[in-house]
Design a protein. Structure first.
Length: 294
């Protein structure tokens, strides 16, 4: 069994979300386990689960993913979308995780490749592989960095391109250029990632970026932590963290370190309690087993 976290670049387009969820309901063997909407980021995350141990089960999973993405690109125009969260496409990322003791990373990786292959062939959306799904084990942040994911159109705001654009590097699947209306997709497999966001009461984006840089492993901070500072409403900025190994670096340790770092930033009035954007791995596994019972 595996789960897929699908990130879609809208939370305000209710009709689009209804159509995506309707497409999902056509595949009861791949049930929806969790939905997280963020209006400030204009982004929604769906968590699905399905079997992945055979070619047939992977194809069923891929069919569900393709139908959801088709509904998304028919109802969302990336050129008209903007938000304070980075985005590369209408469907920005597909992240696959093995679920349960019997599932393997190889199975999750093959599932990610199967989905990416179908997306490229059936929807003609450029799709890049990362993590275990990439034979070079390329990390997601490296691909995103090379594709300009972290470069905003103006400070703190990301929006779609106004023109069809040739890619600087070829995708593993799909065409070598992307329509401005759909963008591109990244798809990969990796161990469980926890997304933990810590709100700061401040309007000082530069101060928040210093904190994000210092808390991340890349900036010399905590191991297994990736972090960005993202505007999140009026006078609120979040330290948005990917925790790559919660057993080594827990949400509470990240919270404590951010609070410590914020003491040196006079413009940060308050560090609020952070929150997870998804259920914990054990809860997702329990839900998956419950919903997939014959």
């Amino acid at each position: 069994m595996a789960c897929c976290k699908m990130y879609v670049s809208t939370s305000s387009n209710r009709q689009a979300m209804e159509n995506i969820e309707q497409a999902m309901r056509g595949h009861p063997q791949v049930p929806l386990l969790h939905t997280f909407r963020d209006e400030h980021y204009d982004r929604v995350g769906y968590t699905l689960a399905g079997k992945c141990g055979s070619t047939a089960s992977r194809e069923n999973f891929a069919d569900a993913i393709v139908d959801m993405i088709r509904a998304a690109i028919l109802n969302i125009d990336l050129q008209k979308q903007s938000g304070s969260h980075p985005r590369l496409g209408v469907v920005d990322n597909l992240c696959f995780h093995p679920l349960g003791k019997e599932a393997s990373m190889d199975q999750a990786a093959e599932l990610a490749r199967s989905c990416a292959r179908s997306i490229g062939a059936k929807l003609q959306v450029p799709t890049f592989l990362y993590g275990a799904a990439s034979y070079e084990n390329v990390p997601l942040d490296a691909i995103r960095r090379s594709l300009g994911y972290f470069k905003s159109a103006k400070p703190g705001i990301w929006q779609g391109s106004s023109n069809n654009t040739a890619l600087s590097q070829p995708p593993q699947f799909g065409p070598a250029h992307f329509p401005a209306s759909t963008g591109i997709i990244t798809a990969g497999a990796c161990p469980w990632i926890a997304n933990y966001n810590i709100p700061l009461q401040t309007g000082d984006l530069q101060a928040a970026r210093r904190i994000a840089r210092s808390v991340s492993q890349r900036g010399g901070g905590l191991a297994h932590v990736q972090a960005m500072a993202l505007a999140h409403g009026v006078d609120s900025i979040e330290i948005a963290c990917n925790l790559l190994d919660v057993h080594e670096t827990s949400p509470s340790s990240v919270q404590s370190f951010v609070e410590f770092l914020a003491r040196d930033e006079s413009s940060v009035e308050r560090v609020c309690l952070g929150y997870l954007t998804n259920l914990e791995e054990e809860s997702i596994l329990e839900l998956a087993m419950e919903k997939m019972e014959p």
